[in-house]
Design a protein around this ligand. Structure first.
Ligand SMILES: [Fe+2]
Ligand SMILES: [Fe+2]
Length: 227
């Protein structure tokens, strides 16, 4: 929990105690544009919007209309962040470990994937900051926080399989996060949808490379990563 978000805006004498969890003041819950009991969506007036925006300035981008459980979203994003960071490490390890003629084209893909996973990690960390959270990059527990594993593949075939399994785990995990978010946090949902599309592309590329490698193996035997 970001202590700043618990704090009352001292510059505003009307500011009230911040309620952890959903970013709302107690008096703002009913007026925050949430669906009313009957299901009707309330639209705030301009004076209401202006007044609420001036309160709780320490909450930054998190306004009273934020509709998700902020703490839970930050937790989910930190799992996604750990997943991306572990994928960066695995792809970079595979990039340096793979060598030889059979690996040249695949190495380039490993490096490109590593760079794209780092980009995802940066975007997720940025969103965690916007939500008032702390992007957890502590190496302690990184592998446990990550949904995907670091992997232990030795041959090119094994490395590609490790990468494909990790991508498939990320795809399933991110799909669940997107479903969970729904329309309660559309900014985070759109971010995760964009990342998910890239993970699906990665999985497709890895699958194609695996098939290509197995056809080559049928001709001249399975190459080791160090060949
Ligand atoms: Fe990624
Ligand atoms: Fe990926």
């Amino acid at each position: 929990m970001n202590d700043e978000l618990k704090a009352t805006d001292r510059s505003d004498p009307q500011a009230q105690t911040f309620i952890p969890g959903d970013g709302l003041h107690a008096d703002e819950r009913a007026a925050a544009g949430r669906p009313a009991a009957g299901g009707a969506q309330r639209i705030s007036s301009t004076p209401e919007l202006r007044a609420r925006a001036r309160r709780s300035l320490a909450a930054g981008a998190v306004t009273p209309s934020y509709g998700a459980d902020r703490e839970r979203v930050i937790e989910l994003l930190n799992h996604a962040l750990a997943t991306e960071l572990v994928c960066v490490l695995r792809y970079r390890h595979h990039y340096y470990k793979a060598s030889g003629l059979a690996a040249e084209a695949i190495k380039k893909e490993f490096l490109q994937h590593a760079q794209e996973e780092q980009g995802h990690a940066d975007e997720i960390a940025e969103r965690i900051i916007q939500l008032g959270g702390n992007p957890d990059m502590d190496p302690d527990g990184l592998a446990q926080r990550s949904h995907a594993e670091y992997g232990s593949g030795d041959t090119l075939d094994e490395m590609l399989r490790d990468d494909l399994v990790a991508e498939r785990i990320a795809i399933e995990s991110y799909t669940e996060i997107i479903r969970y978010l729904g329309d309660r946090d559309s900014t985070t949902r759109r971010l995760m949808e964009t990342i998910l599309a890239v993970e699906e592309q990665h999985a497709e590329e890895l699958s194609s490379m695996l098939q290509h490698l197995s056809r080559q193996d049928g001709v001249r035997g399975a190459p080791r990563a160090s060949e």
